[in-house]
Design a protein around this ligand. Structure first.
Ligand SMILES: Cc1ncc(COP(=O)(O)O)c(C=O)c1O
Length: 437
C-alpha cells in the first residue's frame, strides 16, 4: 500500500456509513482523478447506481444530483428509452470502424442533427469527446483557408472566461487563467484571447485587432450565450450577432462551441437559434447522448465543406478517431433526440428556469454573494470567494445533494426531468450552505 492510500483512508472524507465496498479500497490507489490534487483532495464518493435525478451511494444514501454529470444526463439517468436503444444496438453491433464502413445509427444521427441545426449546418464529423470536437473545428477552419489557396491563417480569436477543453489545441483557446492551463503557456500556440464585445469599448478593441490581424486569423471561437466551465458567465444574443457581423466583415469563420449550451441547456435547443445566428461550424457533445456514452460532433456549413470537396487528396480533412461514429453512442444519441421530440423538454426547461430564479433569490444580498443569475436550466450563485471548496462540497453531500462548486461559483445544471420537489431541495441546499459562508 502506498502512502497515498494510507492517507486517504484516514482523511475526513465521504463519510460513508460502514465499510466501503471492496472495489473501492482495492482500486482507489490506482486511479488518478480529474482536476484533483491527489494528496489533499477528499476521496470520491462510491456510487452504486443511478436512477432519475438520483445518485445512489454504496451505503444506500441517495443524493439529488444538481449537476447531471457535467451537464450530460439531460433526461435523468437510466432513461428507459435510451437504455432500450443501446441494448438493441449492443446485440446488433456495438461498433465498427467508420473508415470504409457506414451504419444506420451514425447516418441517421447525422441527418437528424443537420435537420435540427439552423441554416445549412449540414455536414457532421463525429468524434468521442468535446475537446476533440473543438480540435477538429480548429483544423477544419485552418484548412478551409489553405484549401482556398490562402496561407497564414492559423490563429484564432477566443474569449476571456472561455473554456473549450483539455487537449492541447483546445487548451490554447481557453482563458489562460480560468481555463486551468496557465502552466502550459510554453506548449501552446499564441491565439488572441480577448474580452467578449459586450459593450462599445471591447467591441472597438476587437475591431482594431481584426483590422490589424485578420490575415493571420482562421476564425472566431465562442461559447454562445453562456461560458460554462469558466464560471457560468452569461452574455446577450447581441454579442453573438456582433461576432457574426465582425466575422463577415473580416471574412473569418465563426465557430460556436455548443458543447455545454447545446440540447436545451440555455432554454432553446441550441443557443445559436436563440441568437438567430448561424455559425460556420458548431461543436456538440455532453448531452448529445443524454449522458449515456461519449460522443461528439463537429458540424460544418456547406460552404466550409465545399472547400474540402476536390479531386485532390491533399484537400481532405485528415482526421479519423478510432471510435468515430460509435454505433452504441449514436443509438443513444438518436434515442435522446427522440425524447426531445416526444417529451416537453423546452417547457420543462422554462419551468426549471423559473424555479431556479425563485429558489436561489434568497442568496441575493447574502454576505459574500456577488451575483445570482439564471439562464435556461442553469442557476449560478457567484461569491467573492469560496475559502474551502472541498469543505463546501462535503456540506452539500451532508444536505443530501450532489453539487460541486468551482472557483467562486456554486451552480446548478440539473436534468430537465427533475421534479419540482427535487429542485426545491437543491435550491434550499444552496441557500443554506451559501448562507453559512
Ligand atoms: C464549452 C465546452 N467545450 C469543450 C469542452 C470539453 O469537452 P470534453 O470534456 O468532453 O472534452 C467542455 C467541457 O466542459 C465545454 O464545456
Amino acid at each position: 500500500m502506498t502512502a497515498s492510500a494510507v492517507e486517504w483512508k484516514h482523511r475526513p472524507s465521504a463519510k460513508i456509513a460502514g465499510a466501503p465496498p471492496d472495489w473501492y479500497g482495492a482500486g482507489l490507489d490506482h486511479v488518478w482523478l480529474p482536476y484533483a490534487q491527489m494528496r489533499t483532495a477528499r476521496p470520491p464518493l462510491p456510487v452504486e447506481r443511478t436512477h432519475g435525478c438520483r445518485i445512489v451511494l454504496s451505503d444506500g444514501r441517495e443524493l439529488i444530483d444538481g449537476i447531471a454529470s457535467w451537464w450530460t444526463a439531460c433526461h435523468g439517468y437510466n432513461h428507459p428509452h435510451i437504455r432500450d436503444a443501446v441494448e438493441r444496438q449492443l446485440v446488433l453491433m456495438p461498433h465498427v470502424m467508420f473508415g470504409g464502413l457506414a451504419h444506420a445509427p451514425a447516418l441517421t444521427l447525422a441527418r437528424r442533427l443537420a435537420a435540427l441545426l439552423p441554416g445549412d449546418l449540414d455536414r457532421v464529423f463525429f468524434s468521442e469527446s468535446g475537446s476533440v470536437a473543438v480540435e477538429i473545428a480548429m483544423k477544419m477552419a485552418v484548412q478551409f483557408w489553405l484549401n482556398r489557396g490562402i496561407a497564414g491563417r492559423s490563429r484564432f480569436v477566443a474569449f476571456k472566461g472561455g473554456y473549450h477543453g483539455d487537449t492541447t489545441g483546445a487548451m490554447a483557446v481557453c482563458d489562460p487563467q480560468s481555463g486551468m492551463h496557465a502552466l502550459f503557456a510554453g506548449l501552446l500556440p499564441a491565439h488572441f484571447i480577448v474580452d467578449l464585445p459586450r459593450e462599445e469599448e471591447s467591441a472597438a478593441a476587437l475591431e482594431r485587432l481584426l483590422d490589424r490581424h485578420a490575415g493571420e486569423i482562421a476564425g472566431i471561437l465562442v461559447e454562445p450565450l453562456v461560458q460554462g466551465a469558466g464560471g457560468m458567465r452569461f452574455h446577450d444574443a447581441a454579442v453573438l450577432r456582433a461576432l457574426r457581423a465582425a466575422a463577415d466583415r473580416h471574412d473569418l469563420l465563426l465557430i460556436f462551441d455548443e458543447i455545454f449550451t447545446g440540447f436545451g441547456r440555455t432554454g432553446s435547443l441550441f443557443a445559436c437559434e436563440a441568437a438567430a445566428v448561424v455559425p460556420d461550424i458548431v461543436t456538440l457533445s455532453k448531452a448529445l447522448t443524454g449522458g449515456t456514452l461519449p460522443l461528439a460532433a463537429t458540424v460544418a456549413t456547406t460552404r466550409v465543406f465545399e472547400a474540402f470537396w476536390s479531386e485532390d487528396p491533399a484537400r481532405a480533412l485528415m482526421h479519423g478517431p478510432t471510435y468515430m461514429g460509435n454505433a452504441l453512442a449514436c443509438a443513444a444519441a438518436n434515442a435522446s433526440l427522440d425524447l426531445f421530440a416526444q417529451e416537453p423538454r423546452l417547457q420543462q426547461i422554462a419551468a426549471i428556469s423559473a424555479a431556479l430564479a425563485h429558489g436561489l433569490a434568497p442568496c441575493r444580498g447574502m454576505r459574500g454573494v456577488k451575483d445570482v443569475r439564471v439562464q435556461g436550466a442553469i442557476g449560478a450563485v457567484e461569491l467573492d470567494r469560496i475559502a474551502d471548496l472541498e469543505g463546501m462540497r462535503a456540506r452539500f453531500v451532508e444536505e443530501g445533494v450532489f453539487i460541486r462548486p468551482f472557483g467562486a461559483t456554486v451552480y446548478l445544471t440539473p436534468a430537465f426531468t427533475i421534479s419540482p420537489d427535487e429542485l426545491a431541495t437543491l435550491t434550499s441546499a444552496v441557500v443554506k450552505v451559501v448562507g453559512e459562508c
